[in-house]
Design a protein. Structure first.
Length: 255
């Protein structure tokens, strides 16, 4: 089983790097602000996938999350959210190391040790009580730190708005989930189950924002896309600020 897991991780990481190589050709070095058509060249296909995701949300995810929120007490929902959040610490640790954020990576490591032991596998966020607060990050952010462009906008089936870089980063993030280190049939079952529960939990917790984007706007696709692209733009500004501190900058940029 260990060999199988290692082979699976190798395949996933290989896909990740092939994706990163592809990303290098997705954007030119021009400083001209791209048009919406350039940022979303696959709009027709993306709209079809958006409709699919919206139907899945309407028929399955939204009603399931509402039932979940009604019958599961808030302390249990919080405990599960803490447990899932603790599983993200190895991913954060690796990404912060690559980003040269060593204080944050030290905090990630300490949080994982404290919450996995004293916090009963992360159900209780003891680390935050000790002023060790989570610093979220992802491989998508790390790729941005390495000056890899996001590529075209992409609506991912059952996952929502993203980009080519974001989709590759999501795959890379999953490779560091501790549940994938379990052996036997429980491995896949546990991973899928907890990820599905997390989706339902987040759908309930952020229901007002999601409902507003999907059901209260005239064009839910355009609203969702605009929200995502604005988030990416804000992240890019943050990445550029970090790059300047490390000397990784584009000399053609105006300051």
């Amino acid at each position: 089983m260990l060999t199988y897991v290692l082979k699976k991780q190798f395949v996933k990481i290989a896909i990740m790097f092939f994706g990163v190589i592809f990303l290098n050709g997705c954007e030119s070095a021009s400083n001209i602000e791209p048009t919406m058509a350039e940022m979303d060249p696959w709009e027709a296909n993306n709209r079809e996938l958006h409709l699919l995701n919206k139907e899945v949300d309407k028929l399955v995810l939204k009603p399931t999350s509402e039932i979940y929120g009604r019958i599961i007490p808030q302390p249990i929902r919080l405990g599960f959210a803490n447990f899932h959040n603790n599983l993200q610490e190895p991913k954060r640790f690796i990404n912060h190391i690559i980003q040269r954020k060593y204080m944050e990576s030290s905090s990630d490591f300490a949080r994982f040790i404290v919450n996995s032991s004293v916090g009963f596998l992360g159900i209780f966020d003891v680390a935050s009580w000790l002023s060790l607060f989570p610093e979220d990050t992802s491989f998508d952010e790390t790729f941005g730190y390495l000056q890899i462009p996001p590529g075209p906008y992409l609506e991912v089936p059952l996952a929502g708005p993203s980009s080519i870089r974001g989709a590759v980063g999501l795959l890379a993030d999953y490779t560091f989930n501790p549940l994938l280190r379990l052996s036997g049939p429980i491995e896949s079952v546990s991973f899928i189950t907890f990820e599905a529960m997390n989706i339902v939990n987040e759908r309930y917790e952020f229901s007002s924002v999601i409902d507003s984007l999907l059901y209260d706007s005239i064009d839910s696709y355009a609203s969702t896309r605009l929200t995502y692209l604005q988030t990416v733009k804000n992240q890019k500004l943050s990445e550029q600020s970090s790059s300047l501190e490390l000397g990784l900058f584009d000399p053609s940029e105006e300051f």
